[in-house]
Design a protein. Structure first.
Length: 592
């Protein structure tokens, strides 16, 4: 059952962007978000384009059987029609297990077929998806289960032990064919369920909740970002435009599930365009693997974070991929030398884009034009971007630096509803008639060119992960050797920045500083997920503080050192610690 009016409105908006794919002025002038009162993207769009469509919807590299039976490391291809049928079968089975409209379902899955099947099935059901990365610790999971009020969990059998002993009454479903902890339902039972077409129990309102994404803030408790059945599915028309994806393309995105960018470019962006999603299993996600896939799988559009682009350059780009037409990067502005080297080798420009978990793509260099290095591109269709003076709350004059904001008088569809359970933070984000991104930008004298100037808080990115210093500091302070702690970023040749800890020892540990430093680093490695591992620790007599006693992280960041002894992270993690991401060619893989 689908809503023909909603399908037609969505298609008209999509087709206008395809028509003006290399004319951003016309796209911006003519584009309007579709007016939708009821919309279920999986039923009203995916199932419609999948009807009798045996073209490949999903191509998984390195996982021939979807992770069900430990098959050989080859490709698995699934058609639109088969994914439509299979997700309907799964939706029926999940409903039999107790999943209801509005129930919150935590997904912690790898890049394997069950991820895409479950995403589609959950959308059809009207369940609220809580994406979670596979490196989440038991503490991370406990926090998400409680604060998101999770009713159901779908995860890999190999990850079920992390849930052991966690409180809550939630359905447990495990996939992957391996041994699961006791009490978990086998996901594979759904393959023998009746395959009748799925019929929803009620229409889906356009503003019904669909996603709860956890995103780090400046405190140790991540924010919960709430998106609806239109804000992400329809909102990602902007990302489709920025990536330049067209019907029939093969779109490769390098991202791991659980992060918003995965939903961006490994789900909605390509399927909004009726293109093929190409995804890599984590076992084949190194630079050589990516280069091989670009050359041998007819990839036409490619999106990767800065870490990946730097890793590809370090490996050696080699001959141009034969069908690559569009290349994009999100996360941070790329250095001019990288853009030039890629263009010299492959004849394509890597086009930067900007967005947030709270939004879809807001700004970007669009297809058909040479990007200006160091700039953020132009506002994408449907996004009323402005730069606001933080002091006055009014738009800045050209030549000034201010906060990147969205004008709410013409609210973009891709904007979140708010921060779930945090009315104060939501009110702050939507204050004064603007949505406040928290990012500072410089508006050039021409009044149109934007340049990224940094965050208005202490957050920083390391290998494309956003890091909260306070979160890491609270972990350090749980060790008995630590009296005071501060974390600041220090430069890294590939990851741009890595976390460095500055620690003042307690009196009981001051006579054995080397042992203390090693013990604290080992403790942090055991407590933190791999992407947040502290790279080095410096012992200090005191930390720089303000008159009110707050640590001056900006001073630490500027100095990089207080002159004390430094201990580096061990090449191998200590016993009991989580293994860090695999390092290949100086990069962390996977980067998300």
């Amino acid at each position: 059952m689908n809503n023909p009016q909603a399908t037609a409105a969505f298609r008209a908006a999509r087709d206008l962007l395809l028509k003006h794919r290399t004319d951003p002025d016309a796209a911006a002038a003519e584009f309007r978000w579709p007016e939708l009162t009821h919309f279920n993207w999986a039923l009203d769009w995916f199932d419609v384009i999948a009807r009798d469509n045996w073209n490949t919807a999903l191509r998984l590299i390195g996982d021939a059987d979807g992770g069900r039976n430990g098959g050989p490391q080859t490709d698995a291809e699934v058609s639109f029609a088969e994914l439509s049928r299979r997700s309907g079968q799964l939706a029926n089975w999940l409903r039999e297990t107790g999943v209801r409209r509005g129930d919150r379902m935590l997904l912690a899955l790898h890049n394997r077929l069950p991820l895409w099947e479950t995403m589609l099935a959950a959308i059809k059901l009207g369940a609220v998806i809580v994406p979670t990365y596979a490196t989440a610790t038991p503490d991370d999971l406990a926090d998400r289960l409680a604060r998101a009020e999770v009713r159901h969990v779908v995860t890999e059998a190999s990850l079920t032990s992390r849930f052991t002993g966690l409180p809550g009454d939630w359905t447990k479903i495990a996939t992957g064919g391996g041994p699961a902890a006791p009490g978990w339902l086998p996901y594979e039972d759904s393959y023998t369920a009746p395959a009748e077409p799925f019929e929803p129990d009620a229409p889906t309102s356009a503003d019904d909740p669909l996603f709860i994404y956890f995103t780090s803030g400046t405190t140790s408790r991540p924010k919960m970002v709430l998106h609806t059945h239109t804000s992400y599915p329809v909102g990602h028309l902007s990302g489709m435009y920025w990536n330049g994806v067209r019907p029939g393309d093969a779109h490769l995105n390098i991202s791991a599930p659980g992060w918003a960018k995965h939903a961006w470019s490994s789900f909605f962006v390509p399927w909004n365009a009726e293109a093929t999603v190409v995804a890599l299993d984590t076992s084949v996600s190194g630079p050589a693997d990516i280069l091989g896939v670009l050359r041998t799988r007819d990839i036409t559009t490619f999106c990767a974070p800065p870490t990946v682009w730097r890793g590809l350059l370090a490996k050696g780009l080699g001959a141009p991929p034969p069908r690559l037409r569009e290349a994009a990067c999100a996360g941070e502005p790329l250095e001019t030398s990288l853009l030039e080297r890629v263009h010299d080798a492959w004849g394509v420009y890597v086009r930067d884009g900007y967005g947030q978990t709270e939004t879809t793509g807001q700004l970007g260099h669009t297809p058909g034009r040479r990007p200006e290095p160091g700039t953020m591109g132009r506002p994408l269709p449907g996004y009323p971007v402005t730069v606001v003076d933080p002091g006055t709350g009014r738009p800045t004059a050209p030549g000034a630096t201010g906060e990147l904001c969205l004008d709410l008088t013409n609210r973009p569809m891709g904007l979140m509803t708010g921060y779930l359970g945090d009315d104060r933070r939501t009110a702050s984000a939507f204050a004064g008639g603007y949505y406040h991104t928290g990012d500072l930008v410089h508006l050039d004298a021409d009044g149109a060119t934007l340049r990224y100037a940094g965050r208005d808080d202490d957050m920083f990115k390391s290998f494309d992960y956003r890091i909260s210093p306070l979160e890491l500091e609270r972990v350090l302070l749980r060790h008995p050797a630590v009296a005071q702690a501060a974390v600041a970023p220090v430069p890294h040749p590939v990851g741009m920045w890595v976390p460095k800890a500055f620690v003042v020892l307690t009196p009981a540990w001051r006579d054995r500083p080397s042992a203390a430093a090693r013990a604290v680093l080992d403790h942090a490695s055991a407590e933190l997920p791999a992407e947040k591992h502290i790279a080095s620790l410096e012992l200090a007599e005191t930390l720089p503080v303000t008159a009110s006693g707050k640590t001056r992280r900006a001073a630490l960041r500027a100095a990089g050192t207080l002159g004390g002894p430094v201990t580096e992270l061990t090449p191998e993690p200590p016993v009991g610690a989580k293994a860090p991401p695999e390092r290949r060619g100086g990069c962390v893989w996977p980067p998300f």
